[in-house]
Design a protein around this ligand. Sequence first.
Ligand SMILES: Cc1cc2nc3c(=O)[nH]c(=O)nc-3n(C[C@H](O)[C@H](O)[C@H](O)COP(=O)(O)O)c2cc1C
Length: 177
Amino acid sequence: MDVSQAIKGRRSIRHYRREAIPQDALLHLVEAAVWAPSGGNAQTWRFVILREQRNVEKIKALSPGVMGNPVAFIVICQDKELAEKNGGRIGRDVLSVMDTAMAAENIMLQAFSEGIGSCAILGFDKEGVRKLLHLPEHVVPELAIMLGYPKRIPDAPKRDFATVYFWEEYENRPKRA
Ligand SMILES: Cc1cc2nc3c(=O)[nH]c(=O)nc-3n(C[C@H](O)[C@H](O)[C@H](O)COP(=O)(O)O)c2cc1C
């Protein structure tokens, strides 16, 4: 699969088959995550993988943003202490969040290329998830990725390409060559 196919083909999947994802496949997704760019190369992300159904159910119960029946989660966390040590306040508050987003996209594209459906989830109770995962105070759960083999693949939401970019300055509308 080429990159363009993966970028355009990936969808947020919310309906899954009840089929477990093998451990190796989940590790492969995390491996893809750590190849993402990282501000200052700080790599302060930490990943908690949930595949035991009782834990999947527990995190679901803490996540109003979850619609559907995922069989696994990868919770992308950030060690904020380390992020601050590496990059000061910007490292802690900005770079670590951006790194999370980039790692998330790698996970979701890798998943898609392997036939695994995914959806980013920000709608969860951070404190509840922190407790569930036994995260220390300085480690924050930034974003969860829910996972499973797709049962239903939705149509792509419309993307607006023509009106979102400008040449050289804001609102300088595209001119066709
Ligand atoms: C930062 C972020 C947070 C998101 N949180 C949720 C969420 O809590 N629940 C959910 O169902 N989808 C969530 N999504 C998925 C978006 O709704 C989805 O990406 C968007 O509708 C576009 O659809 P597509 O991913 O299929 O292109 C999130 C996406 C991003 C990037």
